[in-house]
Design a protein around this ligand. Structure first.
Ligand SMILES: Nc1ncnc2c1ncn2[C@@H]1O[C@H](COP(=O)(O)OP(=O)(O)OP(=O)(O)O)[C@@H](O)[C@H]1O
Ligand SMILES: [Mg+2]
Length: 320
């Protein structure tokens, strides 16, 4: 399953991504955790040192990744012809996270959870980016990785997304089986959560979106959220003093295992399995987005006609 935690800044995306990734590794599941935020907090939550970390969006690493993903797929003329929605085709390398094969992607990840987990980081905004680019451009390589990645029934790709609905709404929404919108019981949090739901409905992926209440202090908070969100919450997490204290002491979330946390993690696990989309159906979503993107004049002007990238003979079922 491929899942993402999204929501307003500070709502608890990183905390829930970390808790879920650690929960899954404890249950002998394979996990690729992706820190897709510009301010990388997931390594700390997972207890991972990033001293020797490699960011997938650096020009050098992105080039290695494109070379690998393209494989012998001649429908992608050169590695410079990858756009966010470029789909896999015959000859593409599909990154199977259950496989032990060593790939450039594995070499860029850092282990956690006793070796069952791998943390992948997109990148940060460096001083040399000032006045030259925006972070969201760096998410393109992540989208390509996601569309060329295969997970199994006991393996997870879990993304801690950057705050802001734009990255999700653009094209990333097509990549996940389930998306968990983390929301605090505040009008601002509720507004952002509603917006994610509206965008997902408009993009025909409404069924993938689930709302998780966080930092709930009392019955009043819960009633407020239930009333204002307007749909059933998947679950909630109380404001837990232990989470803040752990982080204040520079500790990971590895030993945070209260009954509240475990119950929520089990719900997230079950819902993600319920929402799982067949790989070839997800590919159909990606084709639609790719076609729409190709109509944009700037894409035509920059890349030429990329419609040949859609391979009618490709299916994930056949690629196995
Ligand atoms: N259930 C909780 N109980 C207590 N503190 C929490 C809880 N969830 C998150 N926090 C704290 O709230 C702060 C924000 O959480 P977190 O970093 O997970 O949010 P985020 O959505 O990832 O933020 P950002 O948008 O900055 O990436 C952190 O200090 C975290 O420790
Ligand atoms: Mg965060």
């Amino acid at each position: 399953m491929k899942i993402a935690f999204v929501g307003k800044g500070g709502s608890g995306k990183t905390t829930l991504t970390g808790l879920f990734a650690l929960h899954a590794t404890r249950n002998d599941q394979t996990v690729v955790a992706v820190d897709a935020d510009i301010n990388m907090n997931l390594p700390g939550a997972l207890g991972v040192s990033v001293q020797h970390a490699q960011f997938i969006a650096t020009p050098h690493n992105a080039a290695r990744i494109y070379e690998y993903l393209r494989g012998s797929n001649n429908r992608i003329e050169t590695t410079k012809k990858f756009v966010n929605t470029t789909p896999p085709g015959t000859g593409s390398n599909i990154w199977n996270i259950d496989s032990n094969a060593s790939t450039p992607l594995d070499s860029m990840a850092v282990e956690f959870g006793g070796g069952r987990g791998k943390l992948m980081m997109v990148g940060s905004y460096e001083t040399d980016h000032i006045a030259s680019g925006c972070y969201h451009g760096q998410l393109g390589v992540l989208e390509n990785v996601l569309s060329h990645t295969r997970t199994g029934v006991d393996s997870w790709l879990v993304a801690d997304m950057v705050a802001g609905t734009d990255a999700f709404a653009g094209t990333l929404h097509a990549q996940f089986d389930a998306v968990f919108v983390v929301v605090e019981p505040t009008p601002e949090g509720v507004g952002v959560a509603r917006h994610y739901r509206e965008l997902a409905e408009a993009a025909n992926v409404g069924r993938t979106v689930n709302i998780v209440g966080n930092k709930i202090e009392d019955g009043q908070d819960l009633r407020y959220l239930e009333k204002e969100i307007g749909v059933a919450l998947l679950g909630t997490l109380p404001r837990l003093a232990g989470i803040k204290q752990h982080r204040q002491h520079g500790l990971s979330l590895a030993d945070m295992q209260s009954t509240d946390i475990i119950a929520l993690m089990q719900r997230i696990d079950a819902r993600a399995r319920d929402c799982a989309i067949a790989e070839d159906d997800r590919l159909g979503l990606l084709y639609n987005l790719h076609r729409a993107r190709l109509e944009k004049p700037w894409v035509k002007n920059t890349y030429g006609d990329l419609s040949g990238q859609i391979d009618p003979d490709f299916s994930f079922a056949r690629a196995s």
